[in-house]
Design a protein around this ligand. Sequence first.
Ligand code: SF4
Length: 375
Amino acid sequence: MPEGLELATFRKQMLAWFRQFQRDLPWRRTKDPYRIWLSEIMLQQTRVAAAIPYYEKFLQRFPDVHTLAAAPQDEVLRLWSGLGYYSRARNLQKAAQQIVAKRGGEFPTRLEDALLLPGIGNYTAAAILSIAFGGKQAVLDGNVARVLARLGAIRGELRESKNWQTLQKNADRLLDPESPGDWNQAMMELGATLCTPRSPRCLLCPVAQFCEGRKLGIAESLPEKRKERATVEVALAAAVFTDRKGCTLLLPPPKNIMEKAAADHVPSLVSRMWHFPTLPVNSDPAVSLAAFLRKIMPEVPNREWRLVPAKNVRHAVTYRAITVSPFLLTVENLPRVRGAKQVPLGDLSSLPVSSLTRKVSRAALAAAASVPGGR
Ligand code: SF4
């Protein structure tokens, strides 16, 4: 790691490179902590190109922390719909409400206060405070950790607490105190554009002469692989009702702890948003689903529906590999289920739904098109 005069050169080269070559991103044109915060939350699990349209649409509807705090949660989730990891949106709104209620709408400028907000950890707090207010906090996430590991030829699993502490110390030491916001963004930009997980483009790197990993010829093999958590296969069956108007039935997310506990056996990305009646299955999905529907619709007469299988849907969430078997149930009138809503099967956008639910609806629509007399 560079020290003394070398450190000054290192910082100068990094910042000069960033200021010349940085990508033009919407959140880089502002110092508004609300906008920077929103971008950091969206980017936690989402690629830049995918986040940009969501970011812009979200800000059109919620241009500031006050409008976000006052909005119905359903609407916030609807605008997040498709980005996944919906706890990010819930926490964002909770934090906005706290900022409005306790701080008159002003984002905290002290690290310890920012860390008290839901959904804001060390990385996000450091990013917002340094970019919006010039706070001297160095960011450290997976991208920055990879750059630091290569620069310092640090071996072993980076998330191990001893290694992570070393990385944080290195990040703090390298941070340019004159321009902490640009510095942090430069480190993130280097990790995102040149010092990428595979095939780092060292020939274009502004700090290649300081990189120990490169000197040793091991840059590409760093960080060393961590042991993967074994993939868990999850099988679900979903009921997609459709009536003669092409409407379908979606169940609401659970409202309280009891309902959440009951829904726990279905992966949360299905049950925490509006969803088709869904259950985990071990054996024949059609038989299990029919029994499940009879159970959740006790008041509905004549429950001998014909279940037409649609093409299975595959979806991966962290270590879970999910296979959903959707079944189409064509009915005259949709059954009445307490709390459920009826929406067009071809357009679920009026409710917050997960991308898995959208995949299921597409599979059901394709099946409906191929069923004689189907819709
Ligand atoms: Fe990454 Fe290569 Fe630059 Fe080292 S020289 S920091 S490995 S891009």
